[in-house]
Design a protein around this ligand. Sequence first.
Ligand code: ZN
Length: 371
Amino acid sequence: MRDAWATGLPPGERGDDNAAVQGGAGRCVGGALISALTAAVGVLVPVAVGAPSASAARPAATQGSGTPGAVLAYGTPFHGSMGGQALNAPIVGMAATTTGGGYWEVASDGGIFSFGTAPFAGSAGGTLQAAAPVVGMARAAAGGYWLVEGSPLAGKVVTLDPGHNGGNAAHPTIVNQLVWDGTGYETCDTTGTATDGGYPEYEFNLNVALAAAADLRAEGATVVLTRTTSTGVGPCVPVRAAIGNDAHSAAAVSIHADGGPPGGRGFAVLEPVADGINNAIVGPSATLAVDLRNEFQAVTNEPPSTYDGVDGIQPRTDLGGLNLSTVPKVLIECANMRNATDAALVVDPGWQQLAAKGIAAGITAFLTGTP
Ligand SMILES: [Zn+2]
């Protein structure tokens, strides 16, 4: 997705990404300031847009009043606006030149639109996209400006679903009841697996989910968890899917560890297959699977499974959590608890934190489109 300047340039807009490269420190990451200096030359072209306000007593917005990006002028000339123009990202701020002869509007993706005598000094848009939504700008006396990046996941809802629960084993009549999973019937939930030493999967899953939730919240996401303790029963798999759906999650990830053959190790990301209910999210879920696979492997150095899937990804038709999802969703088996090498990792709180970081990084890559 690109800003409006790429096509159908509004009057006064000069979306030259190179100017931003030449003009300053370029883009940084994570809450960084993007500096764009007036050293970028050849882009200052005063334009006349709209008509100066005829009256200081009432606002003048001769373009697109009542639409996003419209500028209302009070006691000062109107130099144009993005009001009524096609926008790929919302306008989030403006700043004016020292003389008041022009001003800039800034969009959340770092695009800069200049009006009147305001010089275009560079932007974070186009091929030089900001790593996070831009939330504001300020003018520099020299003629340039600063943009500030907000939280990368602000406004995004993520559902994390730590598999199983500590009370499942003691409540077989609840856990073993058959529930519709979108294509057939499966049990409400299962007990999960454990290492040979007796460390339970449900505990690993919760620890990783809580740590990943903290990481994602630090990036601005709203995180919904399907459970927050290991003392309960369930919830049933369809309920876990419904929680992610009802939250209108931008992404949902079920967190598990596998009970595979002792001779095999590694992680696998399980992705949905179209079943009617989930058709719309199979495509984005495949993208989420790739992002999660790539980031989890890079962060943890855990190898893709030697026995499940291809290159760490396995489509599955038999999992209610994926069959019933209407939001992009995958399930990750972080490691094989029945393998001695992997078992030593999953019981380690430090590795649990690492696994959480890998999951959070995968979700962030998916939600920001920056794999
Ligand atoms: Zn499991």
